[in-house]
Design a protein around this ligand. Structure first.
Ligand SMILES: [Mg+2]
Ligand SMILES: [Zn+2]
Length: 389
């Protein structure tokens, strides 16, 4: 419905009225019995149909049964109530969508719930984990709009010994036969230049970039770290990697595990493949001008990176940070975090020691973790806590 110029004069008034009704959300449908059916979208019959058929979706029924088994502040009753009042439906996946007025309700019941909703729409995906399911009321309360929630939490992952259990540089050195040369050159070169030199060595031995990629694909990732990343992403958090490894390593590993799409940015030492097929690794910061931070290596001050991310955030929608790391290079950025932010240092690793040495320097709250299980449970608890605040 739109412009009325092509409409005969005597029907223009009627056309305008129809347009007005359309703007109010009323739909006119042709009826097979002749005449017109008037349907108010706000009280769509599709919604009643969805409500009716919710009980026929085996996955949803199973989910509801399991939710009933849990006893958390009577949340389960409220959730099920919510599910049955849902004229109104939100899938958590929608949190990514900036325009929540165009929500697509994609139910697991193969198109059953597929419809457009209003800005207050919610739908229940049977593929939710119980934890996600339990969060729905929290997300919907207190008039918080869905897209506000989506932009609220920024999660920054260090890569080596945080996102992956191992160190990607050492992994390549050890698994591609470079240990001897590495140990020889270690005292003579800064880390970043040393890794570039290692790539030169591989190239001179005839090893290709594809072979390096194959080696990187063998790096194990803890399954709970994978699910933590996926859940945080599904919940609308903004995930970033800030690492002193390099673009090629990180991208290869994240892509191999299907996680690359979960990150809005990977901030690390850049790489390129030169004309001869040699992988080159460059410093993140220009080495000719010192960045001025004495806590960090010359090629990358993660604290500066965090300050840049903070500065890029909108004033109105102040973001909360969760920073996960293990190494010395993660100390500087954690000191840049504010009150209300969270740092997750890996227990027993250098960052954890440094933080313990003077907790007064830290404005953010600290939560230690040891492995993928703890990483996942603490991270998801923190996101939940922030969403509820
Ligand atoms: Mg690390
Ligand atoms: Zn620094």
């Amino acid at each position: 419905m739109g412009i009325t110029t092509n409409i005969e004069d005597d029907k223009k008034e009627l056309a305008k009225k129809v347009q007005r009704l359309a703007r109010l959300g009323v739909r006119l449908l042709d009826s097979s019995k002749g005449g017109v059916v008037v349907m108010n979208e706000a009280e769509s019959s599709l919604v009643s149909e969805v409500k009716e058929k919710l009980d026929k979706d085996p996955l949803l029924l199973e989910l509801k049964t399991n939710v009933h088994k849990q006893k958390v502040d009577e949340l389960q009753e409220r959730i099920v109530e919510e599910a049955h009042r849902c004229r109104y439906t939100v899938t958590l996946r929608m949190l990514e969508r900036p325009d929540c007025r165009k929500l697509e309700v994609a139910g697991a019941a193969k198109g059953l719930y597929k419809c457009s909703g209003s800005s207050t729409s919610t739908s229940f995906r049977s593929s939710y984990t119980h934890r996600q399911y339990l969060w729905l009321p929290a997300l919907l309360n207190a008039g918080k709009s869905v897209n506000m929630v989506g932009e609220k939490v920024v999660i920054v992952f260090d890569f080596d010994r945080t996102l992956i259990d191992d160190d990607s540089d050492r992994w390549v050195v050890e698994n591609m036969g470079l240990t001897h040369l590495f140990n020889q050159l270690r005292p003579t070169l800064p880390w970043n230049a040393l890794m570039d030199r290692m790539m030169e060595e591989l190239h001179s031995q005839g090893k290709t970039v594809e072979q390096i990629a194959e080696c990187l694909k063998q790096v194990p990732l803890h399954p709970r770290t994978i699910s933590a990343i996926q859940s945080a992403h599904d919940l609308g958090c903004d995930l970033k990697v800030v690492s002193d490894a390099n673009q090629f390593y990180i991208k290869t590993i994240l892509k191999h595990h299907g996680l690359y799409r979960c990150f809005s940015e990977v901030i690390t030492n850049p790489t390129s493949v030169d004309g001869e097929g040699r992988l080159r690794i460059f410093p993140y910061h220009d080495m000719t001008s010192f960045h001025g931070c004495r806590l960090c290596p010359p090629n990358l001050c993660k604290g500066l990176v965090i300050e840049q991310i903070q500065a890029s955030m909108s004033e109105k929608r102040k973001s909360r940070f969760i920073y996960l790391g293990d190494g010395r290079g993660d100390y500087c950025p954690t000191l840049k975090l504010d009150k209300g932010d969270h740092v997750m240092p890996r227990k027993g690793f250098p960052l954890w020691d440094l933080l313990l040495s003077d907790l007064n320097l830290l404005k953010a709250d600290s939560h230690e973790w040891r492995n993928g299980e703890e990483l996942e449970s603490i991270l998801l608890q923190l996101i939940e806590k922030i969403y509820k605040e």
